[in-house]
Design a protein around this ligand. Structure first.
Ligand code: C2E
Ligand code: MG
Ligand code: MG
Length: 605
């Protein structure tokens, strides 16, 4: 110790004690002149700084620290006021004599014009702890979903993998993975905006956490057996671990669906959503977490396809179906390019006099290997993969051109209407009105000759869809409600829809003769429709008896195999010419093979 100040005012025992304190303090203490010359330094300082000293020379602090803190001299020159901090906890890496890396922290304080005092300590441990804390925070952040603070995809994948790796006593795994997707979440985002959507997702997360509780599992209570996680968007995962038996999975899945479908209050707006859940459990669990999650997602999509608000257990056949759908999707893209799609036409006739009122256009796919593929199989796929716009435009364009051609050929005797089916995805596309207007213009067909068919569930879908329907109607075309009776809207809702025609579903027509209940429903539908100024068309009429009955019930039009199956354009032209007695106008066509409309007078009541 090199005392430099005058210890006159200290009594000898106190001075001794101070010296002892400075000498033994477990922290480096030192005093320097403004040029760095060391005037006082305790042994701990010397010990800490020695690895930095060239040839063991500790006379000038700035020279000693020149390599690790080159700015220190300038910092000291800048802090000239008494009491000014030159630096506080400035960190400096040091290679210790033993070869290890240490970190020193130094603080310097200007005492007066001639003196700077300082302390040095070893902060290696502190720095290591900080780094560990930072790394763990970063690890947590990379494994946490920032919106809901739930574990994220990588965290839940890890936990699934752990569950998969655990040896099971009885063979069958005691865990299940539930893949949850909110139904109609897009609509929420559209109506409430992104912020509202985010709030809803946080509420969903809370409900999930609250529903999946420890009591669903066996095992030590402190062990986190279940995991709820958010994968992103409106997709969540629940890992149920330590299940008692497979029945538990079903009851938990149902409980989750019930909880999630209770109304949510967001900005005083009541929001309703439901959830579709895909479940992977037991022997069907894939060996790898990612593959397992994919299987659960496939099962979830099945739940959605079945109408949502339900859970579906994954089985290998679900994967087979998905593979087939995937293949169909690829092939459908090719089909569009290679003109494998075509349109068939099924007549719609007036039940009173048998006149041909129009045709419904129905799409077909002539697959090179599979043969004729039904629209029931591929329309939904086209919707899912975004091809419906192209398919829909093709059908609309073909149908409008076909009717325009018939009107040119058969003049006043030609049917006045062609009816085209719209899919849900088409109606959800804001561009549909422009698309229809464009097709009408390019085909030259007057808008009054076009009818668009939509189903009950599509029509009853909220204000934006209603506005779109009105936009379409404003073009001058007519709207028909297809498959009426199979959806969920009741007769009482009919008046709220901007439609012109109700098409009574085949399932009612088929049983109408034998089932009084169905007959009464048809009668009621016809009456209500008529009172609302709408006309009615019965679908799927196959027998004269059905046609006669529907006519008695005052239904306006009929469609079905009784008159004709859907026909390719060429055959439909011949059929039409035969009905209207205009085969002479088919000079460029082979002789018509279709029989004249035998039931034209037979079934009229
Ligand atoms: P939909 O619009 O209700 O069409 C009527 C379906 O009933 C047609 O089946 C038709 O062939 C069938 N059908 C007609 N008369 C009878 C009958 O007397 N007996 C029986 N058993 N069936 C009859 P298709 O052509 O297989 O179409 C099925 C569904 O696919 C259609 O139902 C429609 O929802 C959809 N679809 C067809 N073409 C298109 C299209 O171009 N675009 C869209 N979005 N959907 C289409
Ligand atoms: Mg239809
Ligand atoms: Mg129908």
């Amino acid at each position: 110790m090199k005392p430099d100040s005058d210890p006159e005012d200290l009594q000898p025992p106190a001075y001794e004690a101070l010296i002892q304190f400075l000498y033994q303090a477990p922290i480096g203490l030192l005093q320097i002149r403004p040029d760095g010359t060391v005037t006082m330094m305790n042994p701990r300082s010397a010990q800490l700084l020695m690895p930095l000293a060239r040839q063991g020379n500790l006379d000038n602090l700035f020279e000693v620290l020149d390599e690790v803190a080159p700015d220190l001299r300038a910092m000291a020159d800048a802090a000239i006021e008494p009491g000014a901090l030159v630096c506080e906890g400035l960190r400096m890496p040091v290679r210790s004599t033993a070869g290890g890396r240490r970190v020193l922290g130094i603080s310097l304080l200007r005492l007066d014009a001639h003196t700077i005092m300082g302390c040095v300590n070893d902060v290696t441990h502190e720095v290591e702890l900080e780094q560990q804390r930072l790394a763990s925070r970063m690890r947590d952040a990379s494994r946490t979903d920032s919106l809901t603070l739930m574990p994220n995809r990588s965290a839940v994948l890890e936990r699934i993998q752990q569950a998969l790796a655990r040896p099971d006593a009885g063979g069958a795994p005691t865990f299940a993975v539930l893949f949850i997707n909110c139904d109609r979440f897009n609509r929420v985002n559209l109506t409430l905006g992104q912020a509202g959507g985010d709030r809803l997702l946080r509420m969903v997360a809370e409900r999930l956490n609250g529903t999946v509780r420890q009591r669903d599992a066996v095992g030590p209570a402190q062990e986190p057996l279940h995991t709820t996680a958010r994968l992103g968007g409106d997709e969540f995962v629940v890992l149920l671990d330590g299940l008692r038996d497979s029945e538990d999975v079903h009851s938990i899945a149902q409980r989750l669906i019930d909880t999630l479908s209770r109304p949510y209050l967001i900005d005083s707006v009541e929001v309703h959503i439901s959830a579709s859940i895909g479940v992977v459990a037991g022997i069907h669990a894939a060996a790898e977490a990612n593959a397992l999650l994919q299987d659960a997602s496939l099962a979830m999509q099945e739940a959605k396809r079945a109408g949502g608000g339900r859970h579906v257990l994954f089985t290998p056949s679900i994967k087979d179906i998905a593979t087939r759908r995937g293949a169909l999707e690829l092939e459908l893209r090719r089909a569009l390019e290679q003109d494998e799609l075509f349109v068939v036409y099924q007549p719609i006739v007036e039940l009173t006099d048998g006149r041909v009122a129009g045709f419904e256009a129905l799409v077909r796919w002539q697959h090179p290997q599979r043969g004729l593929v039904s629209p029931v199989e591929f329309i939904e796929i086209a919707e899912e993969c975004g091809l419906i716009g192209a398919v829909g435009e093709f059908v609309l364009d073909s149908a409008c051109r076909q009717l325009a051609a018939w009107q040119r050929r058969f003049g006043a005797q030609a049917p006045g209407m062609v009816s085209v089916n719209l899919s849900r995805a088409q109606l959800q596309d804001a561009a549909i009105t422009d698309q229809v207007a464009r097709v009408l213009e390019s085909s030259g067909l007057p808008a009054q000759a076009l009818q668009l068919e939509l189903t009950e569930s599509m029509a009853a879908q909220g204000d934006d869809i209603r506005a779109r329907l009105l936009e379409l109607k404003a073009l001058g075309l007519a709207l028909a409600l297809d498959d009426f009776g199979t959806g969920y809207s009741s007769l009482a809702c009919l008046g709220q829809l901007p439609i012109d025609t109700v098409k009574i579903d085949r399932s009612f027509v088929a049983d109408a003769e034998s089932n009084l209940h169905k007959r009464v429903l048809i009668e009621a539908t016809v009456r209500v429709a008529r009172s609302l100024g709408m006309s009615t068309t019965a679908e799927g009429i196959e027998t004269e008896g059905q046609a006669a009955l529907l006519a008695t019930l005052d239904c306006n039009k009929g469609q079905g195999y009784l008159w004709s199956r859907p026909l390719a354009a060429h055959a439909a032209t011949q059929w039409l010419a035969a009905q209207i007695g205009a085969t002479d106008l088919l000079s460029d066509q082979p002789h018509p093979s279709a029989a004249p409309l035998r039931a034209a007078s037979g079934f009229v009541a």
